[in-house]
Design a protein around this ligand. Structure first.
Ligand code: UDP
Ligand code: MG
Length: 302
């Protein structure tokens, strides 16, 4: 049986359509399945919609969070609750074409433990958004040592991969990178990102920025090394300037050069502040992890 995990946050407009579309496709392909909607603390009628869908179709199950914990948490809850021999994660807005689940399932039957959905095209987005996403994925690809540019959350995982992922104890995780980090024989299939059918994207510019920073920090310590590199460069600079100042002093032509002093203070000041901030960010992450709070809290199950 395949479990289909669908994180949903304020998706009342989509849940019914998604449930029916997926059910239709799975029935036609004759694949045993369950659908698991994870209501990520929606403020609209998503939960009622899930309940209604599960009354209509016994394949539909639901998990409700006590509040919004974010998509990664919703995916994790879905993985933890899924009972299938393999699990597919897909978005609720049908931007991940459900027909592809059949293709993924067939590949799983051939023995692949992970089937990654990769974006053939990125769908419609603004130039600025495309640029930021590009930058983010460049950094992430380096950090996770896998090509992340076209990666998506749309993927199928064997039970053993799900177990491996659930064993990762860290609280802030980047699901997309984790599924390749665990290894296992994998294969990717391309899909075209569809237009969102109804509702709006849940991401604002700010939340995407925070998401990007959080994920980079959770997967890589490169920014910390950046601090040392900047320190090293400043030191070289300091040696050159130091020698120059000493020569000037012994030649009796010191005093001038206030501009240099001001510039130095400004540059060093800002580099120090940024570095401190960076270190603080990692400290905060350690603090959060060490508290060991649960990733999510479930208020209702169906
Ligand atoms: N989502 C979620 N929790 C959140 C934000 C989003 O579970 O805090 C879900 C959302 O319901 C959808 C998926 O994550 O199923 C992708 O969200 P969205 O379509 O808004 O993102 P985009 O496709 O624009 O990247
Ligand atoms: Mg979407």
């Amino acid at each position: 049986m395949v479990s289909i995990v669908i994180p949903s946050y304020n998706e009342e407009l989509m849940i019914e359509t998604t449930a029916e579309t997926v059910a239709g496709i799975m029935e036609q392909a004759d694949i045993p399945y369950e659908m698991l909607f994870v209501d990520d603390g929606s403020t609209d009628d998503s939960w009622q919609t899930i309940l209604r869908a599960s009354e209509k179709d016994y394949h539909v199950r639901g998990v409700r969070f006590s509040r919004n914990f974010g998509k990664e948490a919703a995916i994790f809850a879905g993985l933890a609750e899924s009972t299938g021999d393999c699990t597919v994660v897909m978005d609720c807005d049908l931007q991940h074409p459900p027909e592809k689940i059949v293709e993924m399932y067939r590949l799983w039957e051939q023995g692949y433990a992970v089937v990654e959905g990769v974006k053939a095209s990125r769908g419609k987005e603004s130039v600025f958004y495309g640029f930021c996403a590009g930058m983010f994925y460049k950094i992430m690809s380096k950090a996770a040592k896998v090509d992340m540019r076209r990666a998506s959350d749309f993927k199928l995982m064997d039970k053993k991969v799900v177990k491996a992922i659930l064993r990762c104890p860290e609280k802030s995780v980047f699901f997309r990178a984790l599924s390749s980090w665990v290894g296992f024989p994998s294969v990717s299939i391309e899909f075209d990102v569809q237009e969102r059918v109804a509702g709006i994207s849940k991401w604002s510019g700010k939340s995407l920025f925070v998401y990007a920073i959080t994920n980079i920090v959770s997967f890589s310590t490169a920014p910390l090394q950046f601090v040392s590199i900047v320190g090293f460069v400043t030191m070289l600079f300091a040696i050159v300037m130091g020698i120059q100042s000493l020569i000037k002093y012994f030649n009796g032509q010191a005093l001038e050069g206030f501009t240099t002093v001001i510039l130095l203070i400004l540059i060093i000041g800002s580099v120090l502040m940024i570095s401190l901030g960076l270190i603080g960010y990692y400290l905060a992450k350690i603090y959060e992890e060490i508290k060991g709070r649960p990733r999510y809290l479930i208020s209702e199950k169906r």
